[in-house]
Design a protein around this ligand. Structure first.
Ligand SMILES: *[C@@H]1O[C@H](CO)[C@@H](O)[C@H](O)[C@H]1NC(C)=O
Ligand SMILES: *[C@@H]1O[C@H](CO)[C@@H](O)[C@H](O)[C@H]1NC(C)=O
Length: 170
């Protein structure tokens, strides 16, 4: 086999990977912010002052999800290799969303004590809508045959938010 026959596919792969990284990068950022929020709530002493970083990180989360939607909307359609990378990043995000929202659900008594549960509920609603929009934007770039699978992959994110919203609903 000629060397060029190997090099050409490798070059293709590198280009493919480079193009896929915009959505992957956005998902990693959302994962990061989600994890930070979970850590802040987990370490929260229940004071009003301690709410400040939590509120800030809630805003960061919303902003990073909206940014992720924009990134996905601007993206070219993904090839299968790129879609698999995105799927990996999405399944990592599924785990951090589950973990962070579990922490928030468990902290509800602390939010109640400061009358901050309605604010938390409002944030959860905004974040859920934004996450749904980001998922829709990303799925639209996945090859048609894999869109059903992609949807099932991110459904737990919607479910986690719904569980948290139901918990905080008066
Ligand atoms: C992830 O979060 C940490 C802590 O806030 C920050 O220092 C880091 O730059 C973030 N990384 C990415 C890729 O966003
Ligand atoms: C997290 O995942 C576990 C296991 O699938 C599930 O039982 C639980 O309801 C999830 N919690 C949230 C907040 O999504």
């Amino acid at each position: 086999m000629k060397l060029s026959a190997i090099l050409v596919p490798l070059t293709f792969l590198r280009i493919a990977v480079a193009e896929g990284t915009a959505i992957v990068g956005a998902l990693k950022e959302v994962h990061n912010v989600t994890t930070n929020l979970g850590n802040s709530v987990a370490n929260w002493d229940g004071s009003m002052l301690g709410m400040v970083p939590i509120l800030t990180e809630n805003t960061f989360l919303l902003v990073s999800v909206i940014k992720g939607t924009k990134t996905a909307e601007k993206s070219e359609p993904l090839n299968l290799g790129q879609a698999i990378e995105v799927a990996n990043a999405a399944s990592t995000l599924v785990k951090s969303v589950n973990s962070t929202l579990s922490i928030i659900i468990n902290a509800k008594p602390k939010f109640d004590k400061l009358s901050m549960s309605p604010v938390t509920l409002a944030n959860l609603g905004l974040q859920k809508n934004a996450a749904d929009e980001m998922s829709t934007a990303i799925i639209s770039k996945v090859p048609a045959d894999y869109q059903g699978f992609a949807r099932s992959l991110v459904t737990p994110i919607t479910n986690s938010f719904q569980l948290a919203i139901d918990t905080f609903h008066p």
